[in-house]
Ligand binder design. Structure first.
Ligand SMILES: N[C@H](CCC[C@H](N)C(=O)O)C(=O)O
Length: 278
């Protein structure tokens, strides 16, 4: 099976072109195997680029534990780059099908190749039962939650996949690596959750670390950066445009007052390609 390793802001996945390769018999198992950083290729998960009846291509994303996510922001920019650079479509605005419907991606092309992309991530989902969470409020905003004796205030948003955003004065390993996995599996989140820790630097700039559902700490999370932007705007911390500094790079986010959609701009890069024995 041919594969391509790509990364967006350091959030790295193994990409399989299912226009050319057979759809894997057991994608969950394959994702666990290829993602392993010691015994596999090494990645945060696996993304399948598939034909679509309604769009230029369809993305299916699997975390490194094999679970499937509805959406992946960094992954979608990389899918867009792959689709354009490998000639699946030469449209400079692509329609890509995801678990949350068809999204539009504008490509930024240099010397014939995509190096950045701007994704219309759609409207944030703010109803608690749709996020889903049992925490009160639509959306749950600054809700107190005690984890392992630590008092937190959480704000929840879905960007197609669920996010729990926590604003802190400073981000620590304890929060990300110890409280992150406890929150991921907390009973308030019936489909588990991605956890974003945010240090606000100004009304338009912040630092973020993330504990991802199904993959653990990653260097960046596009949907998470969108969720955190929406959470920061809803709680009065941010203006409508935010630059988010993640461990693997920066993302630019904008929650439009005009159409209520969130726009995310960031890098996408191909790292190497190879063959995986099947
Ligand atoms: N890193 C991804 C999100 C993966 C989400 C996944 N961990 C889940 O929802 O289960 C992003 O850039 O948006």
């Amino acid at each position: 099976m041919k594969f391509t390793k790509m990364q967006g802001a350091g959030n790295d996945y193994v990409y399989v072109d299912c226009f050319r390769e057979k759809f894997p018999a057991d994608p969950a198992k394959l994702s666990r195997a290829v993602s392993d950083r010691h015994f596999g290729i090494g990645s945060d998960g696996m993304i399948l680029i598939c034909p679509s009846e309604k769009a230029d291509a369809r993305m299916r994303m699997f975390n490194s534990d094999g679970s499937e996510g509805e959406m992946c922001g960094n992954g979608l920019r990389c899918v867009a780059k792959y689709v354009y650079d490998h000639g699946i479509s030469k449209n400079e605005t692509l329609k890509l099908e995801t678990g949350r419907g068809i999204l539009t991606v504008d490509l930024l092309i240099e010397q014939g190749k995509v190096h950045r992309a701007k994704v219309n991530m759609g409207e944030p989902i703010l109803l608690s039962e749709k996020i889903p969470t049992t925490l009160p409020g639509d959306p749950p905003k600054n809700v107190p939650l005690n984890i392992e004796g630590t008092n937190l205030e959480v704000t929840c948003v879905s960007m197609g996949n669920p996010h729990c955003v926590i604003f802190v004065p400073e981000i620590t390993d304890h929060q990300v690596l110890l409280l992150g996995p406890q929150l991921e599996k907390h009973p308030a989140f019936p489909r588990r959750i991605n956890v974003e820790w945010i240090q606000v630097l100004s009304r338009s700039e912040a630092r973020m670390r993330v504990w991802e559902r199904g993959s653990g700490e990653t260097l960046a999370c596009g949907t998470g950066a969108c969720g955190a932007t929406v959470a920061g705007i809803l709680t009065g911390r941010f203006d409508r445009s935010v630059k988010m500094h993640l461990l693997g790079g920066d993302l630019e986010l904008h929650w439009s007052e005009k159409d209520n959609h969130v726009y995310m701009t960031g890098p996408a890069a191909e790292v190497f390609s190879g063959e995986w024995p099947t």
